[in-house]
Design a protein around this ligand. Structure first.
Ligand code: DNO
Length: 358
C-alpha cells in the first residue's frame, strides 16, 4: 500500500505539500482539479502542471479524488453521452500523466451528508457528526444553511454554494430515478469507460454512499456488501473497483467492515480508513483513528486489507480539529497526520508478524 493524504490544491487547501512531505511514511497525495465542472473534460495542461507541482515537493499523485460524475450521467439525461465522452477524455489525459486511480461516487444530489461540522468531544476537539433526528427535522436547503456557518471559510466538496442554490432543481431531476434506474445508469457509465481504463490501466474506485442509507428520500445503491458485489459482477472487469471507505460503510452498524474488504479481494483500489464513535445507531461522530476512541477495530480493518493483498493508495480520513487548527472540517493537518502514523504502525506490525510467522 501507499500511504497518502488528500490535498485540495494550493489554491484551496490550508495544508501545504511541504507539510505533507514531513509526515513519516506519507509518499503521495490524492488530489483533484477542484475548479472543474462535472461533465466537462479536464485540460491536459492543468493535469500536467498539478503533477509537476506535486513532484517538485517530493511526492507523487497517487490518485484522483474525484473526477465527479455529472447529474446528467447519473439520471440518464440527454447530455449523458456528451458528458461520458468528456469523462473519457479526462481519463485519457490522466492516463497519459501516469495517473492510474480515480475515485468517484454515484450519490444523487449530495455527495456526503453530515448534520454537524464542529461537534465538541470530551477532549475539546471538534468533529463532524451525524444525527438522523436533525435530517428528519430539516429540508435540504435548511440543512445547508445550518452547517454553512461551520465550514471555516472552506468550500466543502459536494456542498458548493452554487450547487446548493440549485437544490430544488436537483431534486426535481431525480424525481423519477429510483435505485434500479440509478444502478442501470451506473452500469451504462462503467461499460462505456472500461475500454479507456483498460488501455491506460486506470482503476476506477467507487466511493460508497455516506451515510449508507437514503437521506431526504433519495436512492442509495452503494451501501453494503450485497450491493457493491452486485456492481462488481455487473461490470466484471478489474478496473471496475472500489474505494473501501470505513467511515461510510461503517455508518450502518450491520456492515461487517473486514468482511466487506475480504469479499472484494482484488477489487479494492483505494482505502479511506477512519473511525466513528456511535452514541446510538442513529447518531455518530467522527472519532480519532485509534480503535479505542471509536466503535471500529482498526487492526482488523488493516489486517483484512493486508491479507487480501491490497496494494493501492490508502489515506487517513476526516480528522478531528485539534490544537487550535483552523481548516476545512475533517481536512486539517494535525489529526490526519496522527492517523497516518497510527495506520502505518498497524501495517508495520501486521507485516512483521506475518513475515516472522507469528
Ligand atoms: C468526504 C469524501 C467524499 C468523497 C467523494 C468521492 O469527505 O469522502 O467527498 O471524496 O464521495 O467521490
Amino acid at each position: 500500500m501507499q500511504m497518502t493524504l488528500r490535498w485540495y490544491g494550493s489554491k484551496f487547501d490550508t495544508v501545504t505539500l511541504s507539510q505533507i512531505r514531513q509526515i513519516p511514511g506519507v509518499t503521495g497525495v490524492i488530489t483533484t482539479l477542484y475548479d472543474t465542472v462535472p461533465g466537462e473534460a479536464w485540460a491536459p495542461e492543468k493535469i500536467r502542471a498539478l503533477r509537476k507541482e506535486v513532484e517538485a515537493a517530493g511526492l507523487t499523485i497517487a490518485g484522483i479524488e474525484s473526477v465527479n460524475v455529472s447529474d446528467a450521467i447519473k439520471v440518464g439525461a440527454p447530455e449523458r453521452d456528451a458528458h461520458i465522452e468528456n469523462y473519457i477524455k479526462t481519463l485519457e489525459a490522466l492516463g497519459r500523466e501516469d495517473i492510474h486511480m480515480v475515485c468517484y461516487n454515484f450519490m444523487p444530489v449530495f455527495d456526503w451528508t453530515r448534520t454537524e461540522l464542529a461537534r465538541k468531544r470530551p477532549d475539546g476537539s471538534t468533529v463532524l457528526a451525524y444525527t438522523q433526528a436533525a435530517v428528519d427535522a430539516l429540508d435540504p436547503e435548511e440543512m445547508f444553511s445550518s452547517i454553512n456557518g461551520d465550514m471555516n471559510g472552506a468550500v466543502m466538496p459536494g456542498w458548493e454554494p452554487e450547487r446548493m442554490a440549485k437544490v430544488k432543481e436537483l431534486f426535481e431531476l431525480y424525481k423519477d430515478v429510483d435505485a434500479e434506474k440509478l444502478f442501470e445508469n451506473l452500469v451504462c457509465f462503467l461499460q462505456k469507460i472500461m475500454p479507456v481504463c483498460d488501455k491506460y490501466d486506470i482503476n476506477m474506485a467507487i466511493h460508497p454512499d455516506d451515510p449508507a442509507w437514503s437521506v431526504f428520500g433519495l436512492p442509495r445503491i452503494i451501501n453494503n456488501k450485497e450491493n457493491i458485489l452486485r456492481l462488481m459482477r455487473a461490470v466484471d472487469n478489474k478496473h471496475n473497483g472500489v474505494t473501501f471507505c470505513a467511515g461510510s460503510y461503517g455508518t450502518d452498524l450491520r456492515n461487517d467492515l473486514p468482511g466487506i474488504i475480504r469479499a472484494l479481494e482484488g477489487r479494492v483500489h483505494f482505502a479511506h480508513v477512519r473511525n466513528l464513535k456511535f452514541n446510538t445507531p442513529d447518531d455518530f461522530e467522527e472519532a480519532a483513528h485509534l480503535s479505542s476512541d471509536g466503535s471500529f477495530d482498526m487492526y482488523e480493518i488493516m489486517k483484512a486489507l493486508y491479507e487480501t493483498g491490497f496494494d493501492g493508495p490508502i489515506r487517513p480520513d476526516h480528522g478531528r480539529m485539534i490544537w487550535g487548527e483552523v481548516a476545512m472540517p475533517g481536512y486539517g493537518l494535525y489529526d490526519r497526520a496522527l492517523g497516518a502514523a497510527y495506520l502505518n504502525g498497524l501495517w508495520e506490525a501486521i507485516d512483521k508478524a506475518k513475515k516472522r510467522g507469528i
